[in-house]
Each structure stands twice: as C-alpha cells, then as structure tokens.
Ligand binder design. Structure first.
Ligand SMILES: C[S@@+](CC[C@H](N)C(=O)[O-])C[C@H]1O[C@@H](n2cnc3c(N)ncnc32)[C@H](O)[C@@H]1O
Length: 237
C-alpha cells in the first residue's frame, strides 16, 4: 500500500491476505463469519447473507493473522468459537487475553419460539510479548453499546455488521494514529470508516464483489470528506 487512501479489495482472506500486506501491519481488527450454529440459528428476519466459517478455517486464518501482524490482533466470534480463535491467536509466541464481551443493550436475535434471546459477541485479542505492545494500559472488561436508531448509513447494512461506535472504540483502544489497520473480512467497511475517522490507514478484503465495490467507494468518499479536516494525515502516504 503506497498511499494513505483506504482500500477494500475484492479478495479472499484465505488466499490473498499475505500477498496484499506489503508493509508493517500494526493491527488486524476483524469480524469474520461466525460458526455454522449461529448462522443456522438466525431467524428468517435476520438471515445472514454469507457462509459460516468452520473451526478448521478459523484455526488456519487465525494462525496467519498471528504471523503477519506485528501488533494487536482483535477478532470477533460467537461463544462456540472462543477456544478455537484463542488457540490460533496464541501461535507465533503471542499472548491471548480473556474474551471480551461485546454487549448491545436491547438487542435480541430471536423473536419466535420460546421468546426473545439475548446475544453477546466476543472479542478475542492477542499481542506479541514485546515491550512495544505491553504498556498500553488496561483492557476493558466489556464493550457495552445501545441499540438506538440507526442513521441512514447504518440502514444500508447487513445482518452481522457492527456499529460505528463499537468499531471506533476498538480501533482507538488497539491502534495509534498513522498505524496500518487491516480487516480481512471487511463487510460494509465499518472498521475502515472507524480507522479513517481516527486517522489510521486502512486495508480491507471482502470476498463479495458487490459488497467490496460498495464498501470501497463508501470509505473512499468518507476519506475525501474527512481529509479537508485533517490535511496533515496525507503525510502518512
Ligand atoms: C460479519 S461480516 C463483516 C461485517 C463488518 N464487520 C462490518 O461491520 O461492516 C463478514 C464478511 O466477511 C466476508 N467474507 C466471508 N468469507 C470471506 C473470505 N474468505 N475473504 C474475505 N471476506 C470474506 C463476508 O462476505 C462478509 O461480508
């Protein structure tokens, strides 16, 4: 990546990630598909429009994340995959922390059957055992958000996408201005938008061509609208 301009490539994280990272990857912050159990369990009202991920796939790509990233790796998952992601992210001599609950007050994922069910996403975070990443203060015990009313940009989103506020909190906690943040499962580009707004550089991969095109355009336009405000960010190019 030779310029600061954020990009979301239409690419397969499993096949293309290592080839697309051509400079120091300070952080991987990503929200891959969840387990088959979660995908099958979503109601007709919240059908997830992409395939689930297997434990073997999570293990494989988690090891790749641990190898290619110099700083924090932060991966969302459901409760059934906590152990798999934790094991994979502990490779390459990394330290893995206790899962961080990400709770959205008022959110329910099931409105039929035996009643509304609450839902908690988990964030698995890991870092190398080096000084550079060991003195960043305390990790939060949880990320708590509220449902609220979705602004126009949020209404375009798909089931499974994260809120702007949550992704901004995570980008702020695990990266610094000027860092290159990579999201190999970029979806609607929420990690990218948070990274741009906080003056981090961004590289994303998304396998769905329509989503990749739309999200790439969205974060590019967002970057253009932000760059008059922070002209000095150009120096990262
Ligand atoms: C949970 S969504 C990400 C949502 C994102 N965090 C957001 O809030 O906008 C997971 C995304 O991963 C994409 N995906 C699935 N398999 C992929 C692969 N092998 N390579 C890249 N992207 C993939 C899906 O198409 C989907 O858009």
């Amino acid at each position: 990546m030779s310029s600061f301009r954020p990009r979301i490539y239409c690419a397969d994280a499993f096949a293309d990630l290592e080839g697309l990272i051509t400079e120091r990857c300070a952080a991987i912050i990503t929200d891959p598909p969840y387990s088959e159990r979660t995908h099958k369990g979503s109601s007709a009202l919240t059908t997830i429009p992409y395939a689930s991920i297997s434990h073997a796939q999570a293990e494989e790509i988690g090891r790749t994340f641990a190898r290619v990233c110099v700083g924090w790796v932060c991966v969302f998952c459901d409760h059934t995959m906590i152990d798999t992601w934790s094991r994979a992210l502990a490779s390459s001599r990394r330290y893995v922390f206790a899962p961080i609950a990400c709770v959205t007050i008022g959110r329910t994922v099931r409105i039929r059957g035996d009643g509304p069910a609450s839902w908690t996403d988990y964030l698995i975070v890991s870092r190398h055992r080096t000084k550079e990443f060991s003195q960043w203060g305390a990790l939060p015990g949880a990320y708590v958000g509220t449902r609220g009313t979705a602004p126009a940009s949020e209404r375009e989103r798909q089931a499974g996408d994260k809120s702007d506020a949550l992704m901004a909190a995570i980008v702020r906690d695990y990266t610094r201005p000027g860092d290159l943040v990579v999201d190999p499962f970029a979806g609607s580009g929420t990690t990218g938008a948070a990274s741009v707004s906080l003056r981090r550089r961004f590289l994303g991969l998304e396998i769905d061509p329509d989503r990749a095109r739309t999200s790439d355009r969205r974060i590019g336009d967002f970057y253009d609208s932000m760059s008059w405000l922070y002209p000095e960010t150009k120096r990262y190019g």
